[in-house]
Design a protein around this ligand. Structure first.
Ligand SMILES: O=C(O)c1ccccc1N[C@@H]1O[C@H](COP(=O)(O)O)[C@@H](O)[C@H]1O
Length: 207
């Protein structure tokens, strides 16, 4: 079994980027969604992305964003992967010519197979709790909503913490996990000890 990839999302400070990299994160996320307390300005994100060593992926998170604005971000920030976390359709996700993942907002009644089929170009499907404000709420959803044997790379998120990520990895066996609130001391402020504990929890579950 391959090791579970780990993304630490919602970084706003250089020290948090370095903490995530030092702890062994595979990817870091920058939130380009002004209502979020983790929103980063374009020049701020460019400075943070410049700190990344090779083989750590810079992910840009967008929610129903205006096309011209996204293009402006892409011109200024070296993002290797886009995360669409709103109601973006396939064409909206594809128009930037960059690899992307698509978030499914999980609640009872959702058909993840059908959702996945409507986003054929996504490199993976991220599953998060259905919450007001679209995400970053620290809420867990019912992992039983994920079909067994889901055939595409699955990124599990939503209320993961150092305490529950081991159980999450053992039960769901996702391709990757993504965390924001669960490694914070305050909104947008990461805690290096929590990041380290989170990554240790994943690695213990990987076995
Ligand atoms: O982090 C945010 O502020 C955010 C805002 C809008 C959409 C998504 C957001 N973050 C993503 O939400 C999930 C779950 O986060 P949490 O660990 O429960 O806090 C995760 O994929 C973040 O990338």
């Amino acid at each position: 079994m391959s090791r579970t990839r780990i993304k630490i999302c919602g970084l706003t400070r250089p020290e948090d980027v370095l903490a995530a990299v030092d702890a062994g994160a595979d990817a870091v996320g920058f939130v380009f969604y002004p209502p979020s307390p983790r929103h980063v300005a374009v020049d701020q994100a460019a400075a943070l992305a410049a700190l990344l060593p090779p083989f750590v992926t810079a992910v840009g998170l967008f929610v129903n964003a205006d096309e011209a604005w996204v293009r402006g971000v892409l011109d200024a920030v070296p993002l290797q992967l886009l995360q669409f976390h709103g109601e973006e359709g396939e064409a909206e996700c594809a128009r930037y010519g960059r690899p992307w993942i698509k978030a499914a907002r999980m609640r009872p009644g959702i058909d993840l197979i059908e959702f996945s089929a409507s986003h054929p170009g996504a490199r993976g499907i991220l599953v998060d709790a259905f919450v007001d404000g679209y995400g970053g709420a620290g809420e867990v959803f019912d992992w039983a909503l994920i079909p067994r044997g889901f055939a595409r790379p699955l990124v599990l998120s939503g209320g993961l913490t150092p305490d529950n990520v081991g159980e999450a990895v053992r039960r769901v066996r996702p391709w990757a996990v993504d965390v924001s609130s669960g490694v914070e001391s305050a909104k947008g402020i990461k805690d290096a000890r929590l990041i380290t504990a989170f990554i240790a929890g994943v690695r213990n579950a990987d076995g």
